[in-house]
Design a protein around this ligand. Structure first.
Ligand code: GDD
Ligand code: MG
Length: 328
């Protein structure tokens, strides 16, 4: 089966790390996010991943020049302009010549959702589209779904205002689609699967859902990106070529290749990307330090601060929930 993998967004919520690369090329523990996503699809019988590319497509082509990723064949579909989620799926499926029932997934979702269950329900119920649902505490940053006990979707509301969600079951960003769905997607102009296509299918009674309460993370925000690293590393990981001073303390963190933690420094619930440096006496908590970035001596970073590539945090600076450099 083919799977269209959406990887063309700007990754705005992970800036500045995504100013120079797509979010799916950011490392999660020991490999880029995309390899976790495509690898899981491959394990579940997907034989070709059609990458729906827009922002910085060159990064994928450079990383996988032979057109294979995590054992799965890749097809590159580069859209001429951002087409939004439905436009992107339509463009990619048409460009790759997808004619059978196919899967489509958000390229920032790492989960153990069984694709076979989705496909099985899709075949059994004959819907045009069958979507995966996962439960969350705060549904307001997701697509929220209300369905009948038999799985027919009654309402699909993208990002409802807080407190106005029709349920706590959200669109998990994994779909099985009939090729007929492509007829609902305009060619060459933006369309949203969440705001246009799914509500249209709800109207016709031909959107179905399968719920599963398992491991599921959309790694597209700093908090979720951190959470994904800790979950996939079993609570923390230190690359053999990272250097942690004996007088430093590292807890529940992922420390990548070439990162350095100096004497008296502490790192907790954080991620140090390759080559990041935490100087003597500095403290990094619930934050991400970018490629080759440097946290100056005695500085303190906390509450989902994100330091971009090569940035320098001055000695003794205090940053809480900040982005460096500041980006729009
Ligand atoms: N090719 C292409 N073109 N890809 C895009 C575009 C586009 O114009 N816009 C977004 N994408 C890609 C992103 O790179 C990402 O992999 C995926 O589409 C979803 O976009 P996000 O920006 O991550 O959406 P979200 O997290 O706010 O919401 C989506 O995911 C939630 C679950 O994780 C929605 O599908 C929600 O309904 C859903 O609950
Ligand atoms: Mg997302």
């Amino acid at each position: 089966m083919d799977a269209v993998v959406l990887v063309g967004g700007f990754g705005t919520r992970l800036r500045p790390l995504t100013l120079t690369r797509p979010k799916q090329m950011l490392p999660v523990v020991d490999r880029p996010m995309i390899e976790h996503v495509v690898g899981r699809l491959g394990e579940q019988g997907v034989t070709r991943a059609v990458l729906s590319l827009g922002y910085r497509p060159d990064a994928f082509e450079a990383a996988y020049p032979r057109g294979r990723c995590a054992g799965v064949e890749l097809f590159y579909a580069v859209e001429p302009e951002p087409l939004d989620t439905a436009g992107a799926i339509g463009f990619a499926a048409r460009t790759a010549g997808v004619h059978d029932t196919f899967a489509a997934v958000n390229g920032d979702v790492i989960s153990d959702f069984p694709l076979a269950d989705l496909l099985g329900a899709h075949r059994a119920q004959g819907a045009a589209a069958t979507i995966a649902l996962t439960p969350v505490e705060d549904p307001s940053r997701y697509g929220v779904v209300r369905c009948d006990p038999d799985g027919r979707v009654r309402a699909f509301v993208e990002k409802p205002p807080p407190g106005r969600s029709p349920s706590r079951w959200i669109n998990a960003g994994m779909y099985v689609l009939d090729p007929s769905v492509l007829d609902l997607i305009p060619e060459n102009r933006p369309a949203s699967i969440e705001r246009d296509t799914f509500p249209a299918l709800v109207e016709k009674g031909s959107l179905r859902a399968v719920a599963h309460d398992g491991f599921w993370i959309d790694a597209g925000t700093p908090a979720a990106y951190l959470q994904a690293q800790l979950a996939l590393s079993g609570g923390g990981w230190i690359h053999p070529q990272a250097r942690i001073d004996q007088r430093a303390e590292v807890r529940r963190s992922v420390v990548m290749q070439g990162a350095v933690v100096g004497p008296g420094a502490s790192v907790a619930d954080s991620v140090l990307l390759p080559g990041a440096r935490v100087s003597a006496g500095a403290a990094v908590e619930r934050s991400v330090v970018g490629f080759r970035a440097e946290v100056g001596a005695g500085a303190r970073l906390c509450d989902f601060s994100v330091v971009g590539d090569d940035a320098r945090i001055p000695t003794a600076a205090v940053l809480s929930n900040e982005r460096v450099p500041v980006s729009g």
